[in-house]
Write a protein that binds this ligand. Structure first.
Ligand SMILES: [Zn+2]
Length: 428
């Protein structure tokens, strides 16, 4: 296999190949796309990293990944994520914390439930330099005339997006949360959090025996926790230890457009900042070197074309499915409309197997920041199953299948009794 350019993982059967050839005529670049169509974003990241190492002509533009979405930018959040983070001018001065704060803000905007942007701005404004929340949620809500539940949701998003202890009400809680994170990561003994919660005076007096008595642990265990508290905990959030929450890398990004509609983007080669380097004059002078480079250039170009072709096919499929399921994406399972891969393929003039390959193992990031399987947009009984699940919850599972079938029909889901039995079994 040539460097950095993967072949398809399995050779398609003869009939499929025939179908693909037919399709190739209709959709230029499709056969190129098929090589990478089943590759996930995570696979693509790996592939491009490897190609960058192996290829003398492939290079990545200067810059860094956008903290919001991972797209390669000149630095800081990309245009899309800047848009998500706009509307807040606080903390824009050039102190050392600004970058982390902007990253936090971008991450929190992706995390927070839609429509809570104003509350998020307020909560960010109430963070102290140490990362503490300077007033209780109720007080903040009252001060700004907001609903406490909505402020709490914004605080949840900020905490989820930031380092351990961020948004804590006081230093002891902040230290306890830092300790809990270390315990959860397996890098501190389990009783460290208890030591922080109830023995900070003993830590200050270096009295492990006192802490041991209070907590029913041995003095040696107490001393071990003291060591962690002194060396690893700080009375301010540790931005250097902040890790973005583990996310599945999304293949498809669904954004809320300025007009309120949904927009879809799939990472193409520009997303990765990839480009082919110009040939240096010294190399261009030698025919031998030029020929050597040309081979690498061809392979690099083929890789970029494959990535772009994959993006274009996946984007067409995702855009059509997202447009069709807009109600589902906005309002939940009740609004899911029956959609099969075959029907969508027909609509797009694609082969059903192409749509299947495009959807398989792919993940989409919805505007609220959650990453969900792209396959969620497909299926013929999602809304009916959701309605049945609700009926069963309400009725406590005491109704017969025939009765449930009647009630579902009443709610606009004509589902046969035997199908109800089948759904019921799958819900269990
Ligand atoms: Zn971004």
């Amino acid at each position: 296999m040539p460097t950095g350019v993967p072949g398809p993982t399995a050779a398609p059967g003869p009939s499929l190949q025939q179908a693909l050839r037919t399709e190739h005529r209709a959709v230029p670049g499709l056969v190129q796309a098929l090589g990478l169509l089943t590759t996930t974003q995570a696979g693509l990241v790996e592939l491009t990293e490897r190609a960058l190492q192996d290829s003398p002509v492939l290079e990545r533009a200067d810059g860094a990944p956008c903290p919001g979405c991972g797209r390669h930018t000149a630095g800081g959040p990309c245009r899309r994520c800047r848009h998500l983070a706009h509307g807040r001018e606080l903390h824009e001065d050039t102190d050392a914390g600004t970058d982390q704060f902007r990253t936090l803000e971008a991450q929190a905007r992706l995390e927070v439930r839609p429509g809570h942007g104003a509350e998020l701005t307020v909560v960010l404004g109430h963070l102290t330099e140490r990362g503490l929340l300077d007033a209780p949620v109720r007080e903040i809500a009252r001060l700004h005339g907001l609903e406490p539940g909505r402020v709490a949701e914004a605080l949840r998003a900020v905490r989820a997006a930031g380092p351990p202890g961020l948004g804590a009400p006081d230093v002891t809680t902040l230290l306890a949360e830092q300790a809990a994170a270390l315990v959860a990561a397996g890098s501190a003994p389990a009783w460290t959090a208890d030591v922080v919660a109830s023995c900070l005076p003993e830590v200050a007096d270096d009295d492990p025996a006192g802490a041991a008595r209070r907590l029913g642990i041995t003095p040696a265990q107490a001393a071990q926790a003291f060591e962690v508290v002194r060396r690893r905990l700080r009375p301010a959030v540790r931005w250097d230890e902040a890790e973005p929450p583990a996310r599945v890398p999304a293949d498809v990004f669904v954004y809320r457009a300025a007009d309120g509609g949904l927009d879809v983007e799939v990472p193409a080669s520009a997303w990765f900042g990839l480009a082919i380097a110009p040939v240096p004059a010294a190399v261009a002078a030698s025919a031998e070197a030029r020929a050597w480079l040309r081979g690498h250039e061809d392979r690099a170009r083929r890789l970029l074309a494959q990535i772009d072709a994959r993006a274009s096919v996946l984007e067409r499929v995702a855009r059509a499915a997202v447009g069709f399921q807009r109600g589902f994406l906005e309002a939940g399972a009740d609004r899911h409309r029956p959609l099969t891969r075959t029907a969508l393929a027909h609509e797009l003039g694609m082969h059903p197997s192409t749509v299947s390959r495009a959807v398989k193992d792919k993940w989409m990031r919805v505007p609220e920041g959650r990453v969900e399987p792209l396959a969620l947009l497909f299926g013929t009984s999602v809304a009916a199953r959701a309605a049945l699940a609700r009926l069963l919850r309400e009725a406590g599972g005491h109704r017969t299948d025939a009765l449930l079938s009647g009630e579902l029909g009443h709610r606009g889901f004509p589902v046969a009794r035997r199908t109800v039995a089948k759904y019921r079994a799958s819900l269990r």
